[in-house]
Design a protein around this ligand. Structure first.
Ligand code: ADP
Ligand code: MG
Length: 271
């Protein structure tokens, strides 16, 4: 296994083309270690595709350095073993299995399937710590399928923690969460970022204002603006994209995997 470093992310000239359609058009993105970087932008801006490219799911050109390590050209599993983890817009936990079993599977990526599924007497320290961090210690033996929506997202984050991911890319984790669940998730981000780097795609402007350290605004596959929350909110180009022009600016088409256009109404300026 490759040494897991607590590193930052340095993306240069990232380009992703689907069948002639340029989804990511020369993106440069530097996320220092320990940052909580929010990626925002209208539906179709290329946010998920950037996460896909970093994690090996989408073929891309350019450069993606995680610390000293080049991620582009590596396959999904190699990238995961290098300490890069991501969540999906729809949680991908195993509903039939318990919280503990889900974490066990994540922790045991290198172990055989029989050891993985065998009921264990003790909980390994790494799993126990992850359970505590994500607040699911009490739900240990509960089937993941009956967890609340927020808890499923936390379990998915916990699965990345037991894998010892040092760079976490979270794709719209608070979508559909209650206000309380959002607060808990925001606090969780702070804990995670103590010794990890976090990139989070999120549309919820209230959540962004409370928990973002830095923000990158994407539009039509390119970086439109970058800086603190206050800086991007004050940027006229950002206001233009988030005002009436948002739908005109979208270039959504087949393959759109965001659930809805409801986010287009978010007004980045409202405080
Ligand atoms: P965002 O996450 O910012 O809403 P995406 O990264 O999902 O945007 O999509 C960016 C653009 O690329 C959209 O126009 C989308 O339709 C297109 N796209 C995404 N995935 C595919 C794919 N697998 N094949 C073709 N087009 C895609
Ligand atoms: Mg998306």
């Amino acid at each position: 296994m490759i040494d897991q470093v607590f590193a930052g992310l340095e993306i240069r000239d990232l380009r992703v083309v689907f069948d002639g359609f340029v989804a990511v058009d020369g993106v440069d993105l530097t996320v220092p270690r320990g940052d909580i970087r929010f990626l925002i932008g209208p539906n179709g801006a290329g946010k998920t595709t950037i996460v896909d490219a970093v994690t090996g799911l989408a073929k891309a050109t350019g450069s993606v350095l995680f610390g000293e390590q080049q991620l582009l050209g590596k396959d999904v599993h190699t990238i995961a073993r290098m300490g890069v983890g991501r969540t999906f817009q729809t949680a991908t936990v195993f509903d039939e299995l318990s919280v503990l079993q889900n974490l066990d599977i994540a922790a045991g990526a290198g172990r055989g399937p029989l050891t993985l599924l065998r009921r264990r007497s003790g909980v390994p320290p790494r799993v126990e710590q992850a359970l505590e961090t994500i607040g699911l210690t009490e739900a240990l033996h509960r089937p993941a399928g009956i967890l609340a929506h927020g808890q499923k997202q936390w379990l998915e984050i916990g699965m990345l923690l037991v894998q010892d991911a040092k760079l976490l890319l979270l794709d719209e984790p608070v979508a559909g969460m209650s206000a309380d669940e959002r607060d808990t998730t925001g606090e969780l981000l702070g804990v995670i970022a103590q010794d990890r780097t976090v990139v989070i795609v999120e549309h919820d402007m209230d959540f962004l204002r409370r928990y973002a350290r830095t923000v990158t605004v994407l539009h039509a596959g390119a970086v439109l603006s970058e800086g603190s929350v206050a800086q991007v909110q004050a940027d006229p180009r950002v206001q233009e994209v988030y005002l009436g022009t948002a739908s005109a600016g979208e270039h959504t088409s087949a393959g759109e995997h965001t659930s809805a256009g409801e986010h287009a109404d978010d007004d980045v300026r409202s405080a």
